[in-house]
Design a binder for this molecule. Structure first.
Ligand code: SF4
Length: 173
């Protein structure tokens, strides 16, 4: 398995941050490997319908969808490249051991954007979370691109911690 294309970028919501994300396109479709990764990695979130899996690997959040891989967060390009090479070796290893791994088809269904939105303050957009409105933040939460705690308004509300816990539970975090 090889990298066909790579792109490093700074998340729009964190334009002031020094950290960068990395997107890779690899030269093959890994959809058939996802249930095996699901078995091998604790707390991975596999979604058969969407053909994707999310998991943590060596401290970085990885989203693998068919032949694309999104990885967060790195301090620089060198760190991202080193991690990507190691990740591909890791995936190659799982593939080489497929015959001895029992696939795990347990599917994680992320909550709807509306479900998440109902738990957010839904105030006039204060943008404290770095997104233009609560709806955009709910969408980012669903896609695993934002952390619930980034809504500081919610955290400051009397029932904020309870709602944050509910959001974490819905997202399986
Ligand atoms: S910080 Fe919270 S209340 Fe403010 S826009 Fe973001 S999600 Fe909405």
């Amino acid at each position: 398995m090889n990298i066909k294309e790579s792109k490093i970028f700074r998340p729009a919501c964190e334009s002031s941050s020094e950290e960068v994300n990395y997107n890779l396109t690899i030269d093959e479709d890994l959809t058939d490997l996802l249930p095996y990764i699901n078995r091998e990695i604790d707390n991975a979130k596999y979604n058969a319908k969407g053909s994707f899996i999310k998991f943590m690997h060596n401290g970085h959040k990885v989203v693998l969808n068919q032949n694309t891989v999104s990885i967060a967060k790195f301090t620089d390009n060198d760190e991202a490249e080193k991690f990507s090479s190691e990740l591909l070796l890791f995936l190659d290893d799982i593939r080489s051991r497929k015959g001895s791994i029992e696939p795990d088809y347990t599917t994680f269904d992320p909550p709807s954007v509306i479900e998440l939105l109902k738990l957010l303050p839904r105030k006039a957009p204060c943008k404290e979370c770095g997104y233009p409105a609560c709806m955009a933040f709910a969408t980012a939460l669903r896609q695993g691109e934002a952390e619930p705690e980034a809504c500081t308004v919610l955290a400051g509300q009397p029932d904020g911690e309870e709602k944050l816990e509910k959001i974490r539970e819905l997202l399986g975090r």
